[in-house]
Design a protein around this ligand. Structure first.
Ligand SMILES: NC(=O)c1ccc[n+]([C@@H]2O[C@H](COP(=O)([O-])OP(=O)(O)OC[C@H]3O[C@@H](n4cnc5c(N)ncnc54)[C@H](O)[C@@H]3O)[C@@H](O)[C@H]2O)c1
Length: 316
């Protein structure tokens, strides 16, 4: 792999992936419409000559997207997506356009040269983990929001290009990913939101009773997983999970972040019908196929995100 195009490269996971690729000496192109990403996420690399081009455009803009294939990338990491579950329930058309139509555009741009595609899936496509154990790639799917449905639809469409055209495709399904640069509003992750509220002396809000669990993956572990999958021929045609392999109830996460129970408040869930009560990853396939396992436990990850927030000027 010498040349990589990252869609959604100005977003949270995207900017960490760009950093990893540049560190590995790979030439990188980025496309992002800045809907949820920002230019500042790429500031650290602005003088890196290996960051060949950053195009602020929508993947629905076909001519602009196709222009990024002029230099013939060896691989496309397709991360651009509408990621907000709540917003997807309010406006499913937006999820459809960015996540399905957008993925179709990326697939069509990859098709002429059979450009390798690493498709970013998500654990949110899975049905709840049962008490018997963790979620493997064979676990039943149950998309409970237009976000999950559109991500699953994108996967199925991409799989048809793998079978129908021989497009080299790798589908990665990371579990909930957190770390520095993640937004701390509703478009961000729960760890970021809790840590920022704690630092600001505000209340931490839990939707519902807080017994719902998440398997939380630190972002650099996530990116290492994507990189290893992209570099392994055995991963082609595969769906692969990555997570910590441990789940935590949201109420326990809140207590880990904030030692004052009076600052933890329970509020009515926005969309209980789309909640997945238990998410726990079985990453044994990633371990055996890619020799990957997570390196950062939750306590360390929380410390890293806290330190990052404290280093940001707006916290004073
Ligand atoms: N954060 C998680 O917990 C998590 C877990 C599993 C999978 N994912 C997937 O990882 C990917 C990245 O997620 P993230 O958490 O970094 O979110 P993010 O919102 O920070 O990143 C997505 C980026 O895509 C851009 N984008 C959105 N629609 C676009 C469009 N139509 N054209 C061009 N750019 C567009 C956004 O501006 C943003 O920068 C997504 O595909 C998401 O579904 C995220």
């Amino acid at each position: 792999m010498k040349k990589a195009l990252v869609t959604g490269g100005a977003g949270f996971i995207g900017r960490w992936l760009v950093k990893k690729l540049l560190n590995e000496g790979i030439d990188v192109w980025v496309v992002d419409n800045l809907e949820n990403g920002c230019k500042e996420n790429l500031n650290e690399f602005k003088n890196d000559s290996k960051l060949r081009d950053v195009v602020f455009a929508d993947i629905l803009d076909v001519p602009k997207l196709q222009s990024l294939f002029t230099d013939k990338p060896d691989i496309v990491f397709h991360l651009a997506a509408q990621i907000n579950v709540h917003e997807s329930l309010e406006n499913p058309g937006k999820s459809y356009l960015s996540n399905i139509q957008g993925t179709y555009n990326v697939l069509e741009a990859c098709r002429p040269n059979l450009t390798k595609l690493m498709l970013m899936g998500t654990c949110m496509v899975y049905d709840v983990a049962d008490s018997k154990g963790a979620i493997t790639e064979n676990h039943p799917v149950k998309p409970a929001s237009p976000y999950a449905g559109s991500k699953l639809g994108a996967e199925v469409l991409a799989e048809s290009y793998f079978h129908g055209y021989g497009l080299p495709l790798i589908t990665c399904r990371p579990f909930n990913t957190y770390g520095p640069f993640q937004k701390n509003n509703m478009e961000g992750g729960v760890v970021s939101i809790f840590v920022k509220k704690e630092l600001d002396g505000e209340e931490l809000q839990i939707f519902g009773d807080g017994t719902q669990t998440r398997d939380l993956l630190y972002v650099e572990d996530c990116v290492e997983f994507l990189f290893k999958a992209a570099n392994n021929e055995k991963a082609i045609g595969q769906i692969i999970n990555a997570g910590l392999g441990e789940d935590v109830a949201i109420k326990d996460l809140a207590a880990m972040v904030c030692s004052d129970p009076n600052r933890i408040k329970y509020v009515t869930h926005h969309h209980p019908q789309s909640e997945i009560q238990k998410l726990l990853c079985d990453y044994s396939k990633a371990k055996s196929m890619l020799d990957w396992k997570p390196q950062t436990d939750l306590k360390t990850g929380i410390q890293k995100i806290r330190q990052w927030f404290q280093s940001q000027p707006d916290l004073g």
